[in-house]
Design a protein around this ligand. Structure first.
Ligand code: AMP
Length: 312
């Protein structure tokens, strides 16, 4: 049950948008004063159904839902798409409200990095889990993520925070940070939402031209190929990876960056002959200017929330 006056009023009203920490704290304190539990969904905006499923999960579990919209410069590397990253605050406010948001926090960089020099002041950094997969190809990325998420946690002070399993390594890193720093926040992972053809939803899909978009399904098709091989009894890591890699032969516009098998709990690489699981396959690829990622448990039923979806 939401305490939102906006949504209780119905009609076209959108959730309140605040841009400063005092205004955020005042709204959250008011909700807490009514006994509300606080759910939090951090995003970089340009919301799609994947973000909305996080907001719905927050609305289901919590009384008052805060969604942040902030494109965080410190998690982008040199030459990455910080300036091009799509932005649409009005559209986001409508979509967030529709999914159950009560309050939108849309700070600017002066608010989030008051020194005016993002990245020069205090960092929060998780080691180990950030060494492989995306961490290997995006140096400093997770340091930017953990720094901004801890700043947001301290501002919002949520009871529960919701993150997508599409960014699997990010979820693992946030869980580690919360454990290590003893943040009083429960972290929930939400299954990946896909387009009808299986492509994982992403704000970066907006970069794809028509032919690139058609071939971008290679990421999920690769996960499905490995999952099918697993369910046919294949247990050699190299052959499971081979089944996935083959898919990219038919998608010349998709340039794979990595395909790896890891233990989903530790993110340690799995090699040789695998035991019965759990086994996560993670993939990243460049398609034109977009860098896309996807992952799935290949040892579970494809249609399970953690699998790569149906074989369609
Ligand atoms: P972003 O705006 O890309 O930083 O993502 C904000 C949150 O939405 C993160 O926790 C993402 O993992 C999550 N998310 C992004 N895409 C999806 C998706 N297709 N399904 C589920 N969650 C997603």
């Amino acid at each position: 049950m939401s305490l939102s006056s906006a949504r209780e009023g119905g009609g076209d009203e959108v959730a309140d948008i605040v841009t400063t920490t005092p205004d955020l704290r005042q709204s959250v304190a008011r909700a807490r004063g009514h006994g509300a539990s606080i759910g939090f969904v951090p995003t970089m905006g340009y919301l799609h159904d994947g973000h909305q499923s996080l907001i719905r999960a927050a609305d289901h579990h919590c009384d008052f839902v805060v969604v942040s919209i902030y494109v965080n410069p410190t998690q982008f590397g040199a030459g990455e798409d910080l300036d091009a990253y799509p932005r649409d605050l009005d559209g986001d406010a409508a979509k967030a409200t529709d999914a159950g948001a009560d309050l939108i926090f849309a700070p600017d960089t002066a608010e989030m990095y008051p020194s005016g020099r993002p990245g020069v002041e205090t960092w929060v950094e998780v080691h180990g889990l950030t060494d492989n997969l995306c961490g290997q190809f995006r140096p400093g990325h997770f340091r930017g993520v953990t720094t901004i998420v801890s700043r947001l946690f301290l501002k919002v002070q949520p009871d529960v925070a919701f993150f997508g399993r599409k960014d699997f390594q990010q979820l693992a890193v946030i869980r580690q940070m919360v454990r290590d720093l003893d943040f009083p926040v429960q972290v929930e992972g939400v299954p990946t939402v896909r387009e009808p053809d299986g492509l994982a939803m992403s704000s970066r899909n907006a970069y794809l031209a028509r032919r690139q978009r058609a071939q971008a399904t290679a990421l999920v098709t690769a996960l499905r190929a490995a999952s099918a091989a697993w369910h046919d009894g294949e247990r050699h890591a190299s052959r499971l990876l081979g089944a996935a890699r083959e898919i990219f032969d038919d998608a010349p516009l998709v340039d794979p960056e990595y395909i790896e098998l890891v233990n989903p709990d530790t993110l340690e690489p799995l090699t040789g002959v695998l035991a019965d699981g759990p086994v996560l396959m993670a993939v990243a690829a460049h398609v034109g200017t977009a860098r896309l990622i996807d992952n799935a448990r290949i040892d579970v039923e494809p249609s399970s929330p953690f699998g790569p979806g149906g074989v369609g």
